[in-house]
Structure formats: C-alpha cells, structure tokens
Ligand binder design. Structure first.
Ligand code: ADP
Length: 208
C-alpha cells in the first residue's frame, strides 16, 4: 500500500495534467508527459507483480490444491513464451508424461513455469533451443527446463533465487527486475517442492 498509493496519486495527477495541458504545451512536451505516464505504469506493474509473488498466501493456496496434470500449466507457459521464442527463432519443445500429476494450484504453477521458460528464451541467442521435460520419479514429479543460452556464471548461481538479484546475463542483457526467480522459488516451495539451477557457462542452463 505504501508503495502503490503514492504511485497511484502521481499517475492520476499526471493523467489530469496531461489532459489539461493539451494544446497549451508543445507536442514535444506532451510526449514527455506521456512517456512519464508509461514509465509510471511500468513501475506500478512491477510493484504489483512483486507484491503478488511475495504475498502468495501459502496456507490459502494449499487449502485449494487440486490434482493438476502438469501438461496443462506447461502447455500454457509454453504458449505464453511462444511470441518471444518465434521472434528469436528459438525452438521450444515440451515432453510431459501423463503420470506427471501434482496436488497444486494450476494458475501459480503456470506462472512459475512461465518465469523459467521465459528466462530460458530471454537468455538464449537467436536460433537456440529450449526443452521442457516432466515426469514422475517415485513420489515426486520432476520438471526440467534446459536451454542452450548464455549460461550462468558459477559466482551467480548461489544468488539467482534471491529477490532483486540480477546476474551477469541479466545486467548485460534484456530488461528485467530480478524478481522472477524469487517468486518462482516461493511458488515451488508452497507446493512442497525444491528448485535448483545448474549451468555450463556459455553453453546453457538447466532449471529443475
Ligand atoms: P531477471 O531475469 O529479471 O533479471 P530473474 O529473477 O528471473 O530476474 O533471474 C535472476 C538472474 O538469473 C538473471 O538476471 C540472470 O542473470 C539469471 N538467469 C535466470 N535464468 C537464466 C537462464 N535461463 N540463463 C542464464 N541466466 C539466467
């Protein structure tokens, strides 16, 4: 609330001001105000996304757990990652055993998977490959996402699941805020799972 309400107030005032000043100020100035509006919107989106991930109500979530065939959230996450993958000519494939069923929340599982698959696409060069495999191993379901991307330096590996941490690839590469993996870890842990990353720097990464 303390983050959102001042941002909301700035947004509203800017909106009114932009309208009132139309025709009074130059087109260039008008565009500057509009750009400020867009940036504030981005910031609000970021705050909302982080808050949502940070305040995933574990107990509440678990109370509504249902059997989820992983093919469903994996399918959704792959579909959502497709536009960016197509743009970079990256082949994303998924192989999910029908036995891969967990007790969980489909929506948050899809969000966690999209964070990982989205990163795999984001941190891959053009023409790369992303492979998602899910299967049952005893009482567990194991999901792995492997990419042929830039990889993660050894020094970054212990930190990437912390909130706001951006590794070497993150700082150099495309935009981001360093919150996706922290949210993903909390979602996985709320499902009684664990998440880990391994990498061959320069050749690719696997998140399991
Ligand atoms: P963001 O991508 O916004 O920086 P994340 O929390 O999703 O934030 O990831 C944290 C960091 O982990 C990234 O900045 C990047 O350095 C590294 N990372 C995550 N996924 C990959 C990947 N598939 N390949 C290489 N680096 C990755």
């Amino acid at each position: 609330h303390e983050l959102r309400s001042p941002l909301g107030a700035i947004q509203q005032n800017l909106f009114v001001l932009t309208r009132e000043l139309q025709g009074v100020i130059s087109e260039d100035q008008q565009r500057r105000l509009e750009r400020m509006g867009v940036r504030i919107q981005d910031l609000l989106g970021l705050v909302n996304r982080w808050l949502r991930g940070f305040t995933v109500d574990m107990a509440g979530l678990q109370a509504s757990f249902q059997p989820v065939a992983l093919s469903v959230p994996v399918g959704k996450a792959v579909e959502n990652a497709q536009p960016e993958a197509v743009r970079k000519a990256i082949d994303v494939s998924a192989e999910v055993e029908p036995e891969a069923v967990v007790l969980g929340d489909e929506g948050t599982l899809a969000e966690a998977l999209l964070n990982i698959i989205g990163n795999a696409v984001k941190y891959s060069r053009e023409g790369g490959r992303v492979r998602v495999v899910a299967g049952r191993e005893g009482e567990k379901v194991v999901v792995s996402v492997t990419d042929t991307g830039v990889g993660i330096p050894q020094a970054d590996l212990p930190h990437i699941f912390a909130d706001f941490y951006r590794g070497k690839a993150g700082e150099r590469g495309p935009g981001g805020a360093g919150i996706g993996l922290g949210i993903t870890r909390r979602i996985v842990e709320a499902h009684g799972g664990t998440i880990a990353a391994a990498s061959d720097p320069g050749r690719g990464s696997t998140f399991t």
